[in-house]
Design a binder for this molecule. Structure first.
Ligand code: NI
Length: 256
């Protein structure tokens, strides 16, 4: 069975057919999903989904592109939510310098604050880092993130950076990008990283794999990513599913 470690089924693009999509992904072999909080609102929505569906778990956190209205009160609320049984991580949190409209200093401040929160509540973190390799690593090292643990979601840097995170005990989230023609760097990371440290993720509705690139993504497309990892590692797709399932369970500290 497939474990999708990072989805946004709480997103409004699923409002018209969410139930249908969630039924179909189960029918196509997806056994567990972690729906990600990316703002205060989507955190609440992800938790609601986890309360309705047995196979869905949730995270609590605010994405760097949504931090501009955050206040300390929100940290209190996130802390409360983090105490719920099916909330398995703090995230997604981090830095995103791709679009330059959100103040970098403010992003850093809330990234540091949410790493602290993860430490306080004893949960792993889901890290979002885009075009911000150095600052992300500096902050994570200063915060002794190796003691917090978690996953670098949608890993997009090279093998040198991957090695550092693997040494810190982090998992690497691998999704649709792996199937893209220009994914040479990521293929190298998947080839060199131990299978025990890779987890599957869609980031649905974003980043659908080939041959569905550009379409709305959902967990039933993860099989294309599984096949690609299997080809790179020279093992069977079944072995990839089993290993990444076990890894995800360890990452999120769940029972089998
Ligand atoms: Ni995401």
């Amino acid at each position: 069975m497939i474990f999708d470690t990072h989805t946004h089924y709480n997103d409004e693009v699923f409002d018209g057919d969410r139930e249908e999509v969630l039924k179909r992904i189960q029918a196509e072999g997806v056994g567990r999903v972690v729906d990600i909080g990316a703002s205060m609102e989507s955190t609440e929505a992800a938790v609601k989904l986890s309360e309705v569906y047995d196979f869905i778990y949730a995270t609590a956190g605010v994405h760097p592109s949504d931090i501009d209205r955050l206040a300390e009160d929100d940290m209190e609320r996130l802390k409360e939510i983090a105490g719920k049984e099916k909330v398995v991580a703090i995230g997604e949190i981090g830095l995103d310098y791709h679009y330059e409209n959100i103040d970098k200093e403010l992003q850093k401040r809330w990234f540091v604050r949410q790493l602290e929160l993860a430490r306080e509540v004893g949960l792993p973190v889901c890290i979002h880092s885009r075009d911000a390799a150095k600052d992300t690593l500096d902050i994570m090292q200063a915060a002794h993130s190796e003691e917090i643990g978690g996953v670098i979601h949608c890993f997009s840097y090279g093998w040198d950076m991957a090695k550092i995170y693997l040494n810190m005990g982090f998992y690497l989230g691998i999704g649709g990008v792996l199937t893209f023609k220009n994914a040479r760097k990521l293929k190298e990371v998947v080839e060199k990283a131990p299978l025990e440290r890779l987890v599957l993720e869609t980031d649905a509705p974003y980043l659908a794999p080939e041959p569905y690139r550009g379409k709305r993504n959902a967990s039933y497309y993860l099989k294309y990513v599984v096949d690609e990892i299997a080809a790179i590692k020279g093992i069977t797709s079944k072995e990839v599913m089993q290993a990444t399932w076990d890894n995800a369970v360890r990452l999120y500290r769940m029972g089998q």
